[in-house]
Ligand binder design. Sequence first.
Ligand code: UD1
Ligand code: MG
Length: 430
Amino acid sequence: MSISVVILAAGQGTRMKSSTPKVLHEISGKSMLFHAIDAAKDVSDDITVVLYHQAERIQKEIEEAYEDIRFHMQDAQKFPGTGGAMKGVEVRHSKALILNGDMPLVTTDSLHALMEGDADINMSVIELDDPSGYGRVVILDGNVHEIVEEKDCIPAQKEIKTVNAGVYCVKKELLDRYIPLLSNDNAQAEYYLTDIIKMAVEEGKTVHPVIVQEEEFKGVNSKLDLAHAEEIMQNRIRTKWMKAGVSMRLPETIYIDSRATFEGECMLENGVSIQGSSRIIASHIKTHSVIEDSHIENSDVGPIGRIRPQSRLVDTHIGNFVEVKKSTLAGVKAGHLAYIGDSSIDEGTNLGAGVITCNYDGKNKYRTVIGKNVFVGSDTQIVAPVTIEDDVLIAAGTTVNKDVAKGDMAISRTQMKTVKNFFYKFFGDK
Ligand code: UD1
Ligand code: MG
């Protein structure tokens, strides 16, 4: 269906109490506005985002992530309000869906419901026990008659529990005629988009209420709303992946980024956090491990393992208190207490407890390359840049600061000595 989408995102979002624009606050690793844009992209090829507050910053972020989004700068000094936001917006198709940038939970299914039918306007309506803060919707004979903003309500109107969720599907022809006619003659001296409903009703147009879920359409205005929206989003993400075959122990304790993906049979234990665009394939992530923007395939991590961005683990075992960063491990075992940074390590290699790659000299980062079947003894420091070839044995406690050739052993250790009966001399006889 050819429909345009306009996303209103010019509001200040004062209640967020943040220097970050409201719509750039993230839910499950993606900004609220990007959630709205992604839903819009499912239904439209003509998307305009209306900006004003911190417009430059928001536009820049959008342009870095998307190619074909149009922008409209609201003249918010002259024309404040949701109606002011629509002034001058150019709509290319015969209908426009108007969304809010602070509604990250709206689903494509709901957008389709709002696009259906042949009413002149479809508008989203929610039924609330506590309607305070919302515009009240007066419905007569199944059609919308009027929307009254809370600040303009007479006491009887305040009792109305059907409220405007703020999303509309409107014929372009009506927008073109009504938007220039809006006035700011109301309690807030703002240009209300909702006044187009009154104009349509006066002309005998059909305005159809579409009942939508509060959970999806409730705007996010505060950090508290943000946290609630995150819970709902996490629930959806976990449900989706469990249906796709991912096992989760105590799912409500697990965090999964909206961009993360799973393939094959995966198991996530309690307290696991899968962040960024991680790709997990047939792997077992154990209790309280954190995976960030990494590829984990046919491997197990944790408990309490941390895999930092740009890592690639295949056929690998990572045990407790092991940190991996920007490293490629294929067929490797690192069972306990290790730091593996800027490394590539090959098949059959075992890293003992306490192995540290010293990848940073205070100025620059350097790479460590370890070949096949290398046995790295416990408490070894590997000072990069360094290459350890295949079939090497590194003795425990070694500081590797030179390349080691195939088949060799490396050991750096001061000789141990014992002092006869020193204990008794020092502490006396017991
Ligand atoms: C609006 C509706 C109200 C509805 C409520 C649902 C109007 C007049 N009222 O109220 O009936 O119940 O949404 O949440 O439309 N925005 C701009 N420019 C502006 C002002 C707002 O782009 O000058 C954007 C905001 O960024 C936001 C959206 O419009 O995404 C809604 O703005 P908001 O201030 O929350 O609207 P309300 O007055 O609360
Ligand atoms: Mg609002």
